[in-house]
Design a binder for this molecule. Structure first.
Ligand code: DAH
Length: 341
């Protein structure tokens, strides 16, 4: 072989590599190409190199250089195809200085946050948690709570009746009866749970919502205990915000009251959420009606007590500045990220 022929053979080898290597569809096929071209015992380049010592000494230098360039050329083609076939992590080369991505681990719903916080405050003053069924009998939901049949208060408690005559409970108050039947006073319980009503779904109503009931029964309990305990709770939960009690009516309490807190969204100036009044009603409360105590099988001459029912969604609305209650039910996880502490 002359030096010229050697240079031509090297050029052919590069052409061949250019044609064949990109055809490799897998890493295994690519490895077969590598062995074909660069294999140490019988590769095409090795065959060519074996000719090198037989050339005229004057041609060897240039031929050696061409052989080397051919190796570099083939290796570059192999590398390019290998990079294309190798599964990649991330878009570019690994950059260890990149800040890590925050992992979304989820968060508690604002209503749950509020329920837990309320439960903590009442736990400190001796309340325990009690639970009751969401499917309830009319007796527990209405009769035992002193709702006379056909009473107008029932209108606000329109709900779904099941075929068995049971109802989806309209409030957590039936758990008052269940607790009084089951435990001996002194009783101090907090009852979180979901309730159902035939309500429209608007900025301040939902057909299903959470409530928290509170009940304290013992000998010699008076309205002073109610007011002192609920004021303590309001100070703990709302800080410096003003609160007020207004007379009200519930069939199962006598006397009855509503507790309002100064609207935390407008700070008393009046806004859409507080309907311009500057106050938001957060709970109903009152002295447990003797008929309720009697219906539970306890002696109303001996035991007295007080109760309240609170809407934690309303409270969450105040705590987290949420103008429309519907965002709490929209199942948009951005709410959790933005509102939960
Ligand atoms: N159960 C009432 C309701 O859902 C709220 C309520 C008012 C509960 C006064 C009470 C209470 O325990 O004392 O509208």
């Amino acid at each position: 072989m002359t030096g010229q022929e050697f240079l031509q053979a090297a050029a052919h080898l590069r052409d061949e590599a250019e044609r064949r290597i990109p055809g490799a569809a897998t890493l295994a096929e690519l490895e077969a190409e590598r062995i074909y071209f660069l294999g140490r015992t019988s590769g095409r380049l090795r065959d060519l190199m074996e000719v090198l010592p037989t050339l005229q000494p004057a041609d060897r230098r240039e031929a050696g250089k061409a052989a080397n360039e051919t190796r570099v050329f083939i290796e570059a083609r192999l590398d390019a195809v290998r990079a294309a076939l190798t599964p990649r992590q991330g878009a570019g080369p690994l950059d260890l200085t990149m800040p890590g991505r925050t992992v979304w681990r989820g968060a508690r719903h604002p209503v749950t946050v509020v329920i837990d916080e309320i439960a903590d405050i009442f736990r400190e003053i001796g309340f325990t948690i009690a639970l009751g069924p969401e499917v309830e009998s009319e007796w527990y939901n209405f009769s035992a709570l002193n709702f006379p049949a056909d009473h107008p208060a029932l209108d606000m408690h329109d709900t779904l009746y099941l075929e068995s005559g049971a109802v989806l409970r309209t409030h957590t108050s039936p758990v008052q009866i269940r607790t009084l039947q089951r435990y001996v006073p002194p009783i101090r319980v907090l009852v979180p749970g979901n309730v159902y009503r035939r309500d429209f779904f608007d900025a301040s109503h939902a057909p299903m919502f959470a409530q928290i009931e509170g009940l304290a029964i013992d000998e010699g309990v008076s309205f002073v205990d109610l007011k002192a305990t609920l004021s303590h709770f309001a100070r703990r939960f709302f800080g410096a915000a003003k609160t007020r009690f207004r007379p009200s009516f519930f069939p199962f309490t006598e006397p009855s009251a509503e507790m309002d807190v100064e609207c935390q969204i407008c700070h008393g100036a009046g806004c859409r959420t507080c309907k311009g009044t500057g106050w938001v009603e957060i709970m109903g409360c009152g002295m447990v009606h003797p008929a309720v105590i009697e219906a539970s099988g306890l002696d109303a001459e001996r035991f007295t007590g007080w109760a309240f029912g609170m809407g934690p969604a309303r409270v969450a609305q105040q705590r987290f500045d949420i103008p429309d209650i519907r965002v709490l039910y929209d199942a948009d996880v951005r709410v959790l990220g933005a509102l939960a502490p």
